[in-house]
Design a protein around this ligand. Structure first.
Ligand code: UFG
Length: 332
């Protein structure tokens, strides 16, 4: 049985990744500083070490003492707007985090990494449906730090390859993550469309549509929404791919999305359907920096990883709604 260190395993996405890694028969050791995560979300059968992902010494110690085979590195700050206000904070948290993880891996001789990147790396692409080789021109410090993390992983892998040790690595560019795998694991941050719509409607407000004059069929932005359970499973497939590469030569990058888009209006219509009443969205001004269309091309991940999303928008909205009361209580 292999043992994986998971950074950020107490977070919204990380707790789902922990569940799926454990279900695949792997041992999991979580490192999380609980700055945005919750101890209550840590899977029972995972080991937990409270600490910073920037603490190279601690990470190397955990890797050696627990005999770690590979790392899934998720721990990071992820609010796009906040990253514009506090760029240095984002650079320190996200870039230093990758740096410390890679340095500790090198020190402890761990040679497999799955790195959590983001579709924010693409910025405002010229095409709506992006393949992995589309130019990356991030439009926020958050997107920049995620892209820099990819570069760091690849550069370190190349240097280790030249030195003869190798570093099997997979970067996963997440699209718009939503939903919950259980009522206890919902997204506690209210930073994205579905949680924002749920918060508005549960506080007797109308959800907002940011811009209705985009060049799309209904005038609202189109995104590729991916269920967090599907996303979590892509990490297991990526870990498996790393494990098959005993020489540490693998270096891969995948979009993780459904490969189909939904407009803001369509998402809010689904929210109305699931809640059983019209949430009555209001049209407001565009939000700055939103690309009209951002949808993943998923041929590569389907072909190479054999992974494909199985859950749809209804599953995302239903599970997010079902997990909403517990997420509200965790936030309180
Ligand atoms: N939107 C609204 N009303 C709201 C909230 C959002 O109309 O109350 C719109 C946005 O303008 C956008 C769409 O809904 O068109 C999705 O917005 P989100 O804020 O949910 O997500 P983003 O696409 O802006 O960004 C998300 C993550 C990023 C990630 C990106 C990848 O927050 O971290 O997806 O596609 F990089």
């Amino acid at each position: 049985m292999s043992r994986w260190l998971l950074t950020g395993g107490a977070g919204y996405i990380g707790s789902h990744v922990a569940v799926e890694l454990l279900a695949s028969g792997r041992d999991v050791v979580i490192v999380d500083d609980l700055s945005t995560g919750f101890a209550a979300r840590i899977a029972d059968s995972a080991a937990f070490v409270e600490g910073s992902v920037q603490d190279t010494k601690l990470l190397a110690k955990v890797m050696r003492e627990r005999d770690i085979d590979g790392v899934v590195h998720l721990a990071a700050k992820k609010a796009v707007g906040e990253s514009v206000e506090r760029p240095l904070y984002y650079y320190r948290e996200n870039v230093d985090g990758v740096l410390a993880v890679l340095a500790a891996m090198n020190e402890a001789g761990v040679n497999k990494i799955v790195y959590s990147s983001s579709a924010a790396a693409y910025g405002e692409p010229a095409v709506g449906e992006v393949a992995e080789d589309e130019p990356t021109v991030p439009t926020s410090p958050y997107g920049e730090t995620k892209l820099i993390g990819e570069w760091m992983v690849r550069a370190q892998a190349e240097s280790q390859r030249l030195a003869g040790s190798g570093l099997a690595n997979v970067s996963l560019r997440y699209f718009n993550v939503a939903g919950a795998g259980s009522d206890l694991l919902g997204d506690t941050s209210v930073a994205n469309l579905i949680p924002m719509a749920l918060r508005a409607t549960t506080s007797d407000k109308r959800p907002m549509i940011f811009g209705t004059d985009y060049p799309t069929p209904d005038g609202t932005c189109i995104r590729d929404y991916i269920h967090v359970v599907d996303l979590a499973r892509s990490h297991v497939a990526a870990a498996e791919l790393c494990e098959r590469d005993s020489q540490g030569q693998l270096s891969e990058l995948f979009n993780v999305g459904r490969g189909s888009g939904s407009s803001v209006r369509e998402v809010l219509a689904m929210v109305s359907e699931v809640l059983g009443y019209d949430v009555d969205p209001q049209d407001v001004e565009r939000r700055q920096g939103d690309p009209a269309v951002l949808v993943a091309r998923t041929e590569k991940i389907e072909r190479v990883l054999g992974w494909k999303a199985e859950l749809d928008l209804r599953d995302m909205v239903q599970s997010a709604w079902s997990a909403w009361p517990h997420a509200v209580s965790l936030r309180a």
